[in-house]
Design a protein around this ligand. Structure first.
Ligand SMILES: [Mg+2]
Length: 452
């Protein structure tokens, strides 16, 4: 990219080309409203121009381009530098989508948001449009030349199809914006409205379920190897939709994490888990300890230790009975507050486990710096243990490491007798998985535990 990419080239009128499709020209027509910073059409003008094309029966594809973390960027480099950046983005959007015979409409539709409207006539023009969108995504990846040096900027893209003249381009724009996906710039980082809509309906249902406290839990036992004495139980979130279909946790939990709903689910799971456990204790069910999963978002909310301490007190339970499972992703936010919270929880008496150990964060220094009590060997290593020498040796090394630094270990996802025996032979002290028991409701768990 040339130096003038960062705005100057664009605002000095280097574009040329068709004047009705969003290029910087003085406002000549009635609805051509210009964005003063970039010289592009503004939102209203873009929508009006797109609607004119719709009226001629031309199918359109709307792509939105959004600067990621723009507010933060403003704080880092200042407003004037950000203005230059926006001019640079505008320049690239114009240049990279220019083509004959169907020039795209390009406009600035929000503070850090641009929209490009492509015409799609037949399959061939659709393929060309896809190629142009990819070219734009890659073109935007290159650093921008700023006054303070090159600036790397990430974008999010959203996409929506506008198939007929019946619809309003404004609607397509809103849909494309809503359908955008966070993530690195890549060819497949363009979301489609249909997928968005199905996720949206799932999310709405999930919101209702959470506010009606319809999230439930299932318990999976953790047992000693060998022998099978119960050492603990992990509470797992479950959600059944009102039509009776059970939504897999692998589907609704990531959705809840993206949406921020996860902290409410964490709260409810904790409450249900402590309630069940208090009942078990009163009934003499042989379980010493329960484990709950805590999301990274929950860990970053202020006052976690107080909330945990209050919840324990409400159910008359000692902190020592509670184990909090965190994934390595929590440790990616390795900020002093996280460390502080972990130490507070530990001081309270709660134990901390690293869930899915070995699949996330590639640093082991946290084992030295943080008060970790237990590591849970990820199920993917356990699944491979019989067939892959490398998985086997990784498990052996983790067991050895944990033993040397005094950590408990639980192997996750044990599903076969062969895996159980191999883990036993390596001296793995604890395990959980379908082989021992599938997750169960609290009553069933109590019966299962009592019958052993
Ligand atoms: Mg877990």
């Amino acid at each position: 990219m040339k130096r003038d990419d960062f705005g100057a080239g664009w605002s000095s009128g280097g574009m040329g080309g068709s004047d009705t499709w969003g290029h910087a020209r003085p406002a000549a027509t009635l609805d051509f409203r210009q964005d003063p910073l970039t010289g592009m059409m503004d939102r209203a003008a873009l929508v009006a121009a797109a609607n004119r094309r719709c009226a001629h029966g031309i199918a359109l594809v709307v792509l939105t381009v959004d600067v990621r973390g723009f507010t933060l960027l403003n704080e880092q480099v200042g407003w004037s530098e950000c203005d230059r950046l926006l001019q640079g983005v505008a320049y690239r959007c114009n240049r990279l989508t220019e083509s004959v015979p169907s020039p795209a409409l390009v406009g600035r539709t929000g503070a850090d948001e641009f929209a490009i409207v492509f015409e799609v006539g037949d399959d061939a023009s659709r393929a060309i449009t896809d190629a142009r969108i990819r070219a734009l995504q890659y073109g935007l990846e290159a650093p921008f030349e700023g006054a303070q040096g090159p600036l790397l900027v990430d974008f999010t893209f959203g996409r929506c199809e506008l198939p007929s003249e019946a619809e309003d381009a404004q609607v397509a724009l809103v849909r494309a914006t809503a359908a955008r996906l966070e993530g690195p710039v890549a060819g497949d980082n363009v979301s489609h409205y249909a997928q968005y809509r199905s996720e949206c309906s799932l999310l709405l249902d999930l919101r209702r379920a959470v506010s009606a406290r319809r999230i439930t839990i299932a318990w999976q036992p953790q047992v000693e190897l060998p022998g099978g004495r119960i050492t603990g139980a992990e509470a797992l979130a479950r959600w059944t939709r009102e039509d009776g279909t059970e939504v897999p946790p692998g589907l609704f939990l990531p959705l809840a994490e993206r949406d921020g709903l996860i902290t409410r689910i964490d709260d409810q799971v904790l409450e249900l888990a402590l309630r069940d456990f208090a009942r078990w204790r009163a009934a003499g069910t042989p379980v010493e300890r329960i484990a709950v999963n805590v999301s990274a978002a929950q860990f970053q909310r202020p006052g976690l230790t107080q909330r945990i301490s209050d919840a324990l007190a409400r159910h008359g339970l000692p902190a020592e009975c509670l184990d909090m499972e965190i994934t390595e992703s929590v440790l990616l936010c390795n900020v002093p507050t996280i460390i502080g919270t972990m130490r507070e929880l530990h001081a309270l008496g709660v134990t901390l486990s690293i869930d899915d150990f070995g699949t996330g964060y590639s640093s082991l220094s946290y084992l030295r710096e943080l008060p970790i009590d237990c590591i849970k060997i990820d199920r993917s290593f356990v699944a491979d243990i019989g067939d892959h020498a490398t998985s086997r040796e990784i498990v052996r090394s983790v067991l050895d490491l944990a033993d040397r630094i005094g950590l408990r270990v639980i192997a996750e996802g044990i599903e076969s007798e062969g895996q159980l025996q191999m883990l036993g032979a390596m001296g793995c002290p604890e395990g959980q998985g379908f082989l021992m028991a599938r997750p169960m409701a609290a009553d069933e768990f109590a019966r299962w535990a009592g019958a052993r």
